[in-house]
Design a protein around this ligand. Structure first.
Ligand code: MEV
Length: 322
């Protein structure tokens, strides 16, 4: 590669339609990509002696591999991708890689809001490095690499975020099983509304884990119920039964409340969406903060969006699924 030549790749955000949290305990979940928000990674060939420089543009940070702390997620994904591609290592690390690389990441996906920002940034990096080194990677190979980095962000991730983002398709996901892509019979619209509150997945997932350890039977029953709702949700999507989907979203939200991952802000947005005419609404992702999703139609979308903004939503995106 010539010095200065550059390669760019992107990755979309995601939302979970059904099954968050229960998916960590082996139940199915459904997630879809959200293409309105994206992470970007640019790889530029540097000088002979430069090694690797990572620029996190949104955070105003720039560091070389040697300066990065060992648990740095960007460092981890860069190193594991270069290893996967088989880029020659020198002196035990890529710090002296020659010719060097500058990797610049930026993202329009708000962080810690359930939209998969961490997995999307990692996916964009893997794709950009793959393109740069002319190494074609399957979505599954990309997902596997990103999963390892997700452990740094999340502790015990189910793997759904890296899967939906790497495959860029609606997925029906069960931990440790081959991903299932399913068909959407009738396209539908989702309004995604942001509480503006950052809520790290790692913390919420570990709180749920502690609650499950205290009251296993109760929590497992709730996870089972969520699993059943998710399965019914998949059937409703495949059959184009949109009203049923809305009811199932409401049911799923009720169980997430019982699990203890809702918050007054999330409740406010869910209520506002329903009052605005949404066919169903629920929190999406880890909860406590982040986003809610609401099932809307062309007729109800503007009213729902207005109600969500009046109720304090910091942002509302409407996305079509299918
Ligand atoms: C996070 O997007 C979804 C959770 O179920 C965690 C996970 O699946 O790893 C809360």
């Amino acid at each position: 590669m010539e010095v200065g030549s550059s390669t760019v790749a992107y990755a979309s955000g995601k939302v979970i339609l059904f099954g968050e949290h229960a998916v960590v305990y082996g139940q199915p979940a459904i997630a879809i990509p959200v293409t309105q928000v994206k992470a970007q990674a640019r790889v530029e060939a540097g000088s002979e002696s430069q090694g690797i420089t990572i620029i996190a543009a949104d955070l105003g940070q720039s560091y070389s591999l040697e300066q990065a702390p060992p648990d740095d997620a960007l460092l981890a994904i860069v190193v594991s991708t270069l290893e996967h591609i088989g880029v020659e290592k020198k002196q035990e690390t890529f710090a002296t890689l020659s010719p060097g690389l500058t990797i610049t990441v930026s993202s329009t996906i708000p962080m810690a809001r359930g939209l998969g920002s961490g997995a999307a940034v990692s996916t964009a990096i893997v794709r950009a490095l793959g393109k740069h080194f002319e190494n074609r990677m399957s979505p599954q190979a990309i997902s596997n690499l990103v999963y390892e980095t997700e452990k740094i962000h999340h502790g015990t991730p189910s793997g759904i975020d890296n899967t939906v983002i790497a495959f860029e398709k609606p997925v029906y996901f069960i931990k440790n099983q081959k991903v299932k892509i399913f068909s959407v019979k009738r396209p539908f619209l989702l309004a995604i509304a942001d509480t503006g509150i950052a809520s790290p997945t790692r913390i919420v997932v570990s709180d749920v884990c502690r609650a499950w350890e205290r009251e296993r039977e109760k929590y497992e029953e709730m996870f089972d119920e969520i699993g059943t709702i998710t399965e019914m949700g998949r059937q409703a999507i495949e059959r184009g039964e949109i009203e049923t989907m809305g009811q199932l979203m409401n049911e799923n939200h009720r169980l997430l409340q019982l699990i203890g991952v809702s918050s007054p802000e999330l409740e406010g947005l869910v209520e506002a969406a329903r009052q605005g005419g949404a066919m169903g609404a629920k929190l999406s992702g880890a909860g406590r903060g982040g986003n809610i999703i609401a099932l809307v139609t062309q007729e109800t979308r503007s009213r729902v969006e207005m109600m969500l903004r009046l109720a304090g939503a910091k942002d509302v995106i409407v996305t079509e699924v299918g």
